[in-house]
Design a protein around this ligand. Structure first.
Ligand SMILES: Cc1cc2nc3c(=O)[nH]c(=O)nc-3n(C[C@H](O)[C@H](O)[C@H](O)COP(=O)(O)OP(=O)(O)OC[C@H]3O[C@@H](n4cnc5c(N)ncnc54)[C@H](O)[C@@H]3O)c2cc1C
Length: 398
């Protein structure tokens, strides 16, 4: 459906430093495709779902037509994108809506990357083609009620029993869990080794209880769940083959931080563009509010922060593409962009006055999306401390 750009033939998003001129036609085409999806499908439809805190299945499933699922994974029906295409995808989706971005990020990023990077070839063959076509939805269960930032010390256990593993424990905040066909649970085995255990068809599995968390103020249209595992039996063949330590799995989190840094830039850019349009149209005291110095100060502040975020993302992507991206750089990008997204969305919200508080004008939704981004994929403090560790060689996290 979205094979060719439908709305715009040239990119109209904010791009003060002309980063578009450093992209290939392939990058531009992909960016326009995702932009069209956001303008034609996401923005017109998302707000009622957000209001009701309901997953917008009919919107989310159209992502299958965009050629973006599976990110950088090659083969198995996956999109086989390059790092800049992954970043641009996250950026453009986030300009529209954070819930859709997280649905994509959890399924295509966290869940598929876990299988793509850490599964055997047989496991990749078994699960990735259906996930790439969105016939099966994935979820990634790491966080627990008692182990958030300290997820390295997960309490969930996996005990070998013949050809099975028996899983026991609790997980919290797990995105897509209640709609997932494949739920990856991270746990420690009896030897203390870290492992990823894939639960297929969770709704049919005995001993598994999944309850959506209610009352969430950001990303309301993606459902996050509490999970209780009581003697859940899965085939031993469902343990991801290439992971024995938290460090092995951290490769997936590193890619996640890369994507979330782009996401934060997209949220901020989306809010800024809305505020700029509004300020040029809204008249008070006989003039557009954009003609006032105090309003221009906010607009310039937002434009500067968004540009800095874009430049960080662009250079981070060059580093990833040339195998030079360190954990600290990805964390610095996430740290900077998440906190700046919070700042920019608040400036955008206030520039739009009372209208900025209405979900129908989108910016309030983006502002609460920024709150979630500030906390997930490593909180702001944890990402800051990862940078600190790389700068000093001293670990201040534990
Ligand atoms: C909407 C949403 C979606 C999510 N999706 C998923 C998902 O799909 N899968 C999944 O596994 N998880 C998911 N998470 C969980 C997320 O990764 C955690 O919320 C995050 O890691 C923080 O854990 P916590 O909330 O338990 O906070 P805590 O770890 O309890 O932190 C509370 C505060 O203490 C600070 N803190 C903690 N340790 C230190 C330290 N050593 N030094 C300084 N400060 C510290 C933190 O920075 C934070 O400010 C999601 C969370 C949210 C909110």
């Amino acid at each position: 459906m979205f094979a060719e750009p439908l709305v715009e033939k040239t990119y109209t998003g904010f791009d003060f430093f002309k980063l578009d001129t450093f992209m290939t036609d392939q990058h531009r085409a992909l960016r326009l495709r995702v932009q069209d999806f956001v303008q034609l499908v996401v923005l017109p439809g998302i707000n009622p779902y957000w209001d009701r805190a309901e997953f917008p299945r009919e919107i989310a499933m159209q992502i299958a037509d965009l050629g973006i699922i599976g990110g950088v994974i090659r083969g198995y029906g996956s999109a086989g994108l390059d790092p800049l295409e992954v970043g641009l995808t996250m950026y453009e989706l986030a300009k529209g809506d954070g819930s859709i971005t997280t649905f994509y990020g959890v399924h295509s990023g966290l869940a598929m990357s876990s299988i793509g990077l850490l599964g055997s070839d047989e496991q990749r063959q078994r699960w990735l083609p259906d996930m790439a076509a969105l016939r099966k939805i994935g979820a990634f269960g790491l966080t627990e009620p008692l182990q958030g930032s300290d997820a390295v010390n997960v309490r969930t256990t996996a005990r070998k029993d013949g050809d099975s593993y028996i899983l026991n424990g609790d997980k919290r905040w797990i995105g897509n869990a209640s709609i997932a066909d494949l739920l990856i649970i991270w746990a420690r085995d009896e030897e203390g080794a870290f492992g990823g255990f894939v639960i297929e068809d969770p709704s049919q599995v005995e001993g598994l209880d999944i309850q959506d968390i209610t009352g969430k103020i950001g990303k309301r249209a993606i459902l996050n769940a509490d999970i209780h595992l009581d003697q859940v039996r899965i085939p031993a063949a469902n343990r991801l083959a290439k992971v024995r330590s938290f460090k092995d799995m951290a490769k997936v989190l590193g890619l996640g931080r890369f994507g979330v840094a782009w996401e934060a830039a997209g949220i901020a850019a989306g809010a800024f563009e809305l505020a700029l349009d509004y300020a040029k149209q809204r008249e008070q005291f006989g003039k557009p509010i954009a003609a006032r110095q105090l309003v221009q100060q906010k607009l310039v502040e937002m434009a500067t922060e968004v540009s800095a975020m874009q430049l960080i993302c662009f250079q981070m992507t060059q580093l990833l593409a040339s195998n030079q991206l360190s954990e600290g750089v990805a964390s610095m990008a996430k740290y900077n962009n998440a906190r700046k997204a919070r700042y920019v969305t608040q400036l955008a919200r206030e520039t739009m006055g009372g209208n900025g508080l209405l979900v129908e004008n989108h910016v309030a939704r983006l502002m609460t999306d920024a709150e979630v981004v500030y906390t997930y994929e490593g909180t702001n403090e944890i990402n800051m401390l990862i940078v600190g560790r790389e700068l000093t060689g001293l670990n201040a996290i534990i």
